[in-house]
Design a protein around this ligand. Structure first.
Ligand SMILES: [Zn+2]
Length: 584
């Protein structure tokens, strides 16, 4: 029977069910977690003995850039990336190449080798949605979804400037369905539009050109619309002033904006059984906090501003962050924040590419190398880890590298090990510029994360935060049968022997998706079915009709016709709609 499997005797880490290393058997039938298997089922079931191994739900990445136009620009801009990492074809896999921006096939295989089964693309420009879906359709091994970039969209800026929340909500609902996307992404709100005139905005209250809307109005409006619609995830924020010394203050002010907004997740779905409430609590999900946490006034007095931001998050209940860690080495910076990437390009003097997506957003790409000898880069390494270690409650944090901005996702095992091993952090301090220690508080941190914490940061909380815990990130009955088995014996972990942990996290012993072994000790063993999730949001018909009249009227500013705008379902692999706000 396909998708029927028993994983026996493993040390299980399932934080959504408060299972912390207990020896348990996991039963999966027809791809879903069940409480037990009948004798008849057992006859056909595959059995894996996981004695002395670590068993976690399949990895869930809530913020990565692996599909779409700017990812492809990254591939085109650095052919050298293709020489550095290659993968040969096998009887069932394609060949692939690329270190920081791998080809689509390789992305899927590499995530699967690390034990991941679900990845969300963090930035989908509406006009590029078809292309993004085409790439997601080509990425094997993974369930996926994408967040729609709306923080500088002309319609949104107009509606929110006018305070027309109903029309803004109708527009978001229509856009999610039209482009088959999952959540609201807000990148440098109001600022990217100004980049069309070679400018940016520098504070929450600076109105942009023409639309005269401020970042504050955009963040307030998008948050309100998000909760009014009952979206699966909260508004996903890349704050203003990113990457500039002193930006942590803007970030803190931005987080405060949603402090009084109540989370409202109104999904019509079946929840897997979990002990902890799997619905989200947060009204803002801040991404790559490290890049939004620069202190100082220039590159000379640059220092970490993570501590004051972490203090704020420690005292707030409405924020979840992902870290945007910097594991050193090659990276490719790519973001919807065009002006921020321009500043990076000026600093490096290297290649730079910039795109303006008409009426909607923009993007920039710039290859980058993080050096241990560089004072700022070293401080950024420390800051990424501070984001995860200074925030006390792991349920407020998610581990990412904002792949490939801080570094490619293949370096997650390094980050997980730095979090677990003070010795490994000390070793890295000894190899990098002294600013890492002098200009951050990381050196004084002795916290070492447990496997339970790691399971929260890479599975349970990623799924909870983005509204996927109804089927991902847990072993609750009814959850997808996605499992990672690491060859790590929890009773024998010695965090001083950190290279062993890095190796074990890099290559899961088993990656199981929908109850089937898809990767075993780094070898892809089968190509499983996949799904693309998107939200199908309802608003009152009258609101949608009125909004559409307006959108069609304004569509004349686009360079193509209204009828070519939507992404048809046939662009998606197994389109899986999540119904939202169905009372309407
Ligand atoms: Zn990102």
């Amino acid at each position: 029977m396909t998708g029927t499997i028993v994983i026996k005797n493993g040390s299980v880490y399932d934080p959504l069910n408060e299972v912390n290393g207990e020896k348990q058997d996991i039963f999966i039938k027809d791809g879903k977690v069940v409480s037990e298997l009948s004798d008849a089922d057992m006859k056909d079931a595959k059995v894996i003995d996981a004695t002395g191994k670590t068993v976690m739900p399949g990895g869930v990445d809530s913020h990565s850039h692996i599909a779409g136009a700017k990812v492809n620009v990254g591939r085109m801009m650095r052919p050298e990336d293709g020489y550095k990492a290659t993968m040969g074809k096998t009887a069932i896999t394609h060949s692939g190449s690329g270190e920081t921006v791998p080809s689509v096939y390789m992305e899927g295989y590499e995530y699967s080798q690390m034990g991941y089964t679900t990845v969300f693309e963090a930035a989908v420009p509406p006009m590029e949605a078809r292309h993004t879906h085409e790439e997601m359709r080509s990425i094997p091994m993974l369930d996926m979804g994408g967040y729609l970039v709306l923080g500088n969209n002309w319609f949104m800026m107009r509606y929110l400037k006018e305070g027309d929340i109903d029309r803004a909500a109708a527009y978001v609902s229509w856009m999610m369905k039209t482009h088959k996307t999952y959540g609201i992404k807000c990148v440098n709100p109001a600022g990217v539009e100004n980049w069309g005139w070679g400018k940016n905005v520098s504070s929450l209250d600076e109105a942009n050109i023409h639309f005269e809307v401020t970042p504050r109005e955009m963040i307030d409006g998008l948050t309100e619309v998000n909760e009014m619609l009952g979206m699966p995830m909260s508004m996903h924020l890349h704050a203003n002033n990113l990457g500039h010394p002193g930006c942590y203050e803007t970030t803190k002010e931005s987080l405060k904006l949603s402090s009084s907004v109540k989370a409202n997740q109104d999904m019509d779905i079946e929840w897997a059984e979990t002990k902890i409430d799997p619905s989200r609590d947060q009204s803002v999900y801040l991404t790559h906090m490290q890049f939004n946490a620069f202190a100082g006034t220039s590159w000379r007095d640059f220092e970490s501003g993570v501590k004051p931001l972490a203090d704020y998050v420690n005292n707030a209940d409405h924020v979840v962050i992902d870290s945007g860690c910097v594991p050193f080495g090659e990276a490719t910076c790519m973001t919807g924040d065009g002006p921020a990437i321009h500043d990076v390009a000026v600093l490096t003097g290297g290649k730079w590419s910039n795109t303006d997506v008409e009426l909607e957003c923009g993007a920039g790409v710039c290859p980058f190398t993080y050096l241990k000898s560089n004072p700022v880069h070293s401080t950024q390494w420390a800051m990424g880890l501070e984001c995860l270690l200074l925030i006390d409650d792991p349920w407020k944090t998610i581990m990412t590298t904002d792949s490939p901005n801080g570094g490619p996702f293949t370096k997650y095992p390094l980050v997980m090990t730095w979090l677990m091993s003070e010795k490994f952090r000390d070793q890295t301090f000894s190899e990098c510029h002294k600013w890492a220690n002098d200009r951050s508080t990381l050196g004084g941190v002795d916290r070492e994360m447990s496997l339970y914490d790691i399971a929260i940061l890479t599975r349970a909380n990623t799924a909870k935060t983005i509204g996927m815990a109804h089927r991902k990130g847990s072993f609750g009955v009814g959850a997808d049968g996605d499992v990672t088995i690491y060859d790590i014996d929890p009773s024998k972990i010695d965090t001083r022997e950190y290279s062993d942990l890095i190796n074990k996290f890099s290559t899961a012993e088993y990656t199981i998706k929908d109850g089937q072994v898809v990767c075993h000790n780094g070898e892809i063993t089968m190509i499983p079915e996949r799904r693309t999730y998107y939200t199908d949001v309802s608003v009152p018909d009258a609101n949608e009709k009125e909004m559409l009249k307006d959108v069609q009227e304004w569509f004349r500013y686009y360079s193509h016709g209204f009828n070519h705008y939507p992404t048809p379902e046939k662009y998606l692999v197994n389109p899986t709609a999540i119904k939202v706000n169905t009372e309407q």
